[in-house]
Design a protein around this ligand. Structure first.
Ligand SMILES: [Zn+2]
Length: 406
């Protein structure tokens, strides 16, 4: 019987968009992502009463917690699967107040949270703790999944920047910083920093990305900057002789990013590299404008599955418009590895899941060849090696040999 499984040797790759310091810190925290709602609920109720537990991977579409339920839980900080947004049980407040009173104060203020994502990340990282051992074990975990090096968009605080720049594995890790942190960094940490990261809108997980049209059910797009404020932030970043990375998921945020970049570049802002992160709902006109401005699109093929996972919240037109790789490459002229680069955002880590979404997407416009995917990731930095990728054409699954299949 002919087999439809093929095995391909892949070099270790570079993940252009990950959250190294945050994920390394959170690796030791319990993860709700793979628990069903019932299991997660009883797990949360069984947590210790005498200390704060930081829990990650909370999918708000699967585990809905009312204020009454949060009031009944032990001290717990629940970090949203998307990393944007969090929940706190009532009992957590007393534990968090001394260390991160700003987070406690703004816990119900979604626009504040979206405008302060780097602050959230450094608070998560501080509460969970980070050291060289955690960094090394995180990078070792990525290597098994086919990723040799990764960029941290955005480093979780000054201490994390010092750890990463002085790490024995520093050649395999790059990091970006918020404007506030960049200015505060000492010279060696600033030298090691790839550039300044700005967050324009929220996420799909937290129903806060600035998409065109209405969310199904709850949710509303959040813009962290006014048009003028964004122009000023980009202009200021453009005087530091460093890179720029702008998080923009929805069409409204992408429009805002393009307009502000165009004006700042025209008026003299310069960057070692200028990237738009995610741009999941970029349209043809926006793509042309991005090319004209010389911007690099930094995208995540693994988010093609948002077209399945978020059918509960995204209008049908948005599901179909997500990650339009064929349009970007075949019509707008982007080249993987040159001005179209790929990363995972750690959702999940590794090359198998994005390979599955590239080769077997729900929408034909999301398809990428394996060559395009590999070129968009690029070769790993600071370490060489390879992994075997098993592709099952019949089941439409992909796995790294010996690992879990997606
Ligand atoms: Zn990210």
């Amino acid at each position: 019987m002919p087999t439809l499984t093929r095995t391909v040797r892949l070099p270790l790759l570079h993940d252009n968009h990950n959250h190294v310091s945050l994920y390394a810190a959170l690796a030791s925290c319990p993860d709700l992502a793979d628990m069903d709602a019932r299991t997660a609920c009883s797990f949360l109720h069984g947590l210790p009463q005498d200390r704060l537990t930081v829990v990650r991977g909370w999918r708000t579409n699967e585990l809905v917690l009312s204020p009454e339920e949060l009031a009944g839980l032990p001290p717990v900080l629940l970090i949203n699967f998307s990393l944007h947004g969090f929940g706190l049980s009532d009992a957590a407040l007393a534990f968090m107040e001394p260390a991160v009173s700003d987070i406690v104060e703004h816990r119900h203020d979604a626009p504040w949270c979206e405008a302060n994502v780097p602050r959230l990340f450094s608070a998560y990282c501080g509460l969970a703790g980070l050291d060289e051992t955690k960094l090394a074990s995180f990078m070792a975990g990525l290597k098994v999944l086919g990723i040799g090096s990764a960029e941290d968009l955005v480093v979780a605080g000054a201490q994390a920047a010092t750890l990463m720049s002085q790490s024995a594995l520093s050649s395999r890790m790059a990091y970006w910083a918020s404007p506030e942190l960049y200015e505060a960094l000492a010279q060696p940490e600033r030298q090691a920093c790839r550039g300044i990261k700005l967050f324009l809108d929220g996420s799909l997980g937290a129903r806060s990305a600035a998409i065109r049209g209405l969310w199904l059910g709850a949710g509303s797009g959040i813009l962290a900057y006014s048009d003028a404020g964004l122009y000023e932030a980009i202009s200021a970043a453009g005087s530091w002789d460093t890179g720029l990375a702008v998080h923009a998921i929805g069409g409204i945020a992408i429009d805002q990013a393009l307009a502000a970049c165009e004006r700042a570049l025209r008026e003299g802002a310069r960057f070692t590299t200028a990237r738009l992160e995610h741009v999941q709902f970029i349209d043809r006109n926006q793509a042309s404008k991005a090319r004209e401005l010389g911007l690099t699109l930094s995208m995540q093929p693994n988010f093609s599955s948002d077209s399945r996972d978020y059918a509960d919240r995204l209008p049908a037109a948005a599901l179909a418009a997500n990650n339009p790789f064929r349009m970007l490459i075949d019509e707008a002229g982007f080249t993987p590895g040159k001005d179209l680069i790929f990363g995972s955002d750690g959702m999940p880590h590794g090359i198998a899941y994005p390979a599955r979404e590239a080769l077997f997407p729900d929408y034909p416009g999301q398809r990428l060849s394996l060559e395009e995917l590999v070129a968009g990731y690029g070769l790993s930095r600071g370490i060489e090696g390879s992994v075997w990728l098993e592709i099952d054409e019949e089941r439409k699954t992909v796995r790294i040999a010996g690992n879990e299949a997606f």
